[in-house]
Design a binder for this molecule. Structure first.
Ligand code: CA
Length: 239
């Protein structure tokens, strides 16, 4: 596990369900996951996988597409229809582009094409876990990235446990970035969404506020880790 400070203090051992019919791969994944500190349960066909995924809580699900009894795409759809929001990483066969597209549409969070390196799978799972633990849950009102905690309800931000003073505009901008994390936002979009048309600010205004925000939340504002510049396009929040 990486040590970025975003792990939820209550979750000590993440639980993973591996749904895979190839015994060799199932064993390899189980061994590796256990050695990385995960608790692992497995299912060797789609029907069992669905049964498990919907009857016990997991932090992550690794789901093969080609499975006996019920394929991974149907399992994924059924899991989501039953209201389970656990992140799903789908394993697809090489060249099955359709599976990837359909899988993501049906509610999978990521996919990996076979054959893959175990280290790649670990990295993807860790990313999904981080995202899950740091994304605002329904009813939740804080968001964490690195050592920064944003309390949306109280409109307060702290870093390393110390409060940070943000202007109302900076707070609004940061919230907008968090709500659209991963997406590239142009200066024009930010102006219209965060400032509003009636204020008619200059494009440069965005840069000034982004620079101000970086000073407060980035450990190295000159080489930002969270509010990154997408050259020629705008900015992206990578927290
Ligand atoms: Ca398979």
């Amino acid at each position: 596990m990486s040590d970025t400070g975003v792990r939820h203090p209550l979750v000590t051992i993440p639980r993973v369900l591996v749904v895979e019919d190839e015994a060799g791969l199932r064993l390899t994944l189980t061994d590796r996951l256990v050695s990385e500190g995960y608790a692992v349960e497995t299912a060797d066909d789609g029907a069992k996988g669905l049964e498990r995924a919907t009857s016990e809580p997991y932090d992550l699900i690794v789901l093969d597409v080609m499975l006996p009894r019920m394929n991974g795409l149907d399992v994924c759809r059924a899991v989501r229809q039953r209201g389970v929001t656990t992140p799903i990483l789908m394993l697809t066969a090489r060249g099955q582009v359709v599976d990837k597209v359909v899988g993501l549409k049906l509610g999978a969070d990521d996919y990996l094409t076979k054959p893959f390196e175990t280290i790649e799978l670990m990295a993807r799972l860790e990313a999904l876990l981080r995202r899950r633990l740091s994304s605002p849950q329904p009813g939740g009102d804080t968001y964490r990235f690195g050592d920064v905690v944003v309390d949306f309800r109280r409109a307060e931000v702290s870093r390393g446990g110390r409060p940070i003073e943000l202007s109302a505009r900076e707070f609004k901008l940061l919230r907008h970035f968090i709500e659209h994390r991963g997406a590239t936002l142009s200066r024009d979009e930010l102006l219209s969404d965060v400032w509003g048309y009636d204020e008619m600010p200059l494009t440069r205004t965005v840069d000034v506020h982004v620079a101000g925000l970086r000073q407060k939340i980035e450990s190295n504002p000159k080489s930002p880790e969270y509010i990154v510049t997408v050259h020629g396009l705008g900015y992206k929040f990578a927290g």
